[in-house]
Design a protein around this ligand. Structure first.
Ligand code: ADP
Length: 262
């Protein structure tokens, strides 16, 4: 079984003022995904469909009073509706390409405690896989057991690590809008060098994407999740979804330029 993450930065225009799809990328990526015919789970990021609301409403921040709570309720509703819409658009595109994609809403069965998944029954997902479906999950706004902030943003990256362990994934592929992990952010530092292999001992400049509207920790958050996965012996591979052919090659098990986290 493989788990494929489609980065929010590849399928949406992440820095847009409003939720915006990158139609060209989505169409091509869905076509490439359809090349794989074995067990697979897809997780996609929220991109501009999630980060705009999550940031505006401060989901995951401590709730200060009754009015703030009402504001957060609106925020959770808007975030959930927006990312669910993105999931619908992605599943429709996958259906068009012949992929039996089944959208599964994370906030309907996952709860966090201190922003980490603590309730998540994966049996149903396994059943869908066993029946030949491709479950498609995504970053979402969820209930958190912490009484001070009550709600949290659950990143697609955390879902990946959790599912990879529970469902015993053979391969984990993450596609983003850069070739992999660099010594520094390649979008702002032209001297940044691509790192082939990252382990817990690799010395990295983990920037938190200050210039982007990302509330899930960007590449730094991703690396933390994937190193956690590597501790359990599951390697992951970060590749660029914007390079045509990459996803098709990666899902088929062929070598692609990128970073391996082990
Ligand atoms: P996605 O939405 O595709 O999951 P993110 O936007 O969360 O991905 O993270 C990818 C972004 O992280 C890249 O676009 C890049 O600008 C930024 N980034 C910051 N530091 C690094 C780094 N050291 N190596 C690679 N990318 C980095």
């Amino acid at each position: 079984m493989i788990i494929l993450k489609i980065g929010g930065s590849a399928i949406t225009k992440k820095d847009a003022q409003e939720p915006t799809i990158d139609e060209v990328n989505l169409d091509r990526i869905a076509q490439e995904v359809s090349a794989y015919n074995d067990d697979m789970v897809i997780v996609h990021g929220a991109g501009s469909y999630g980060h705009i609301y999550a940031k505006k409403f401060g989901i995951g921040d401590v709730i200060s009073n009754v009015n703030d709570h009402l504001y957060k309720l609106e925020g959770v509703c808007r975030t959930q509706a927006s990312v669910q819409l993105l999931n619908y658009i992605i599943c429709e595109k996958l259906h068009e390409k012949g992929v039996p994609a089944i959208g599964i809403k994370p906030s309907s069965f996952i709860e966090t405690n201190q922003k980490r998944i603590c309730v998540c029954d994966t049996k149903l997902i396994q059943k869908y896989i066993d029946n030949g479906f491709v479950p498609v999950l995504y970053g979402d706004a969820v209930l958190d057991q912490n009484e001070y902030f009550k709600y949290a943003i659950l990143s697609g990256d955390q879902i990946i690590t959790y599912l990879a362990k529970k469902l015993k994934a053979n391969r984990v592929i993450l596609s983003s809008d850069v070739d992999g992990i660099y010594t520094d952010n390649p979008k702002t530092n032209p001297d940044a060098k691509l790192i082939d292999i990252v382990t817990k001992d690799t010395d990295l400049l983990l920037t938190e994407n200050e210039n982007q509207a990302d509330v899930t920790g960007g590449m730094a958050g991703k690396i933390r999740e994937l190193l956690d996965l590597a501790e359990d012996g599951i390697e992951s591979h970060i590749i660029n979804a914007e390079t045509p052919g990459n996803i098709k090659l990666a899902v088929s098990g062929q070598k692609v330029k990128g970073t391996i986290i082990k």
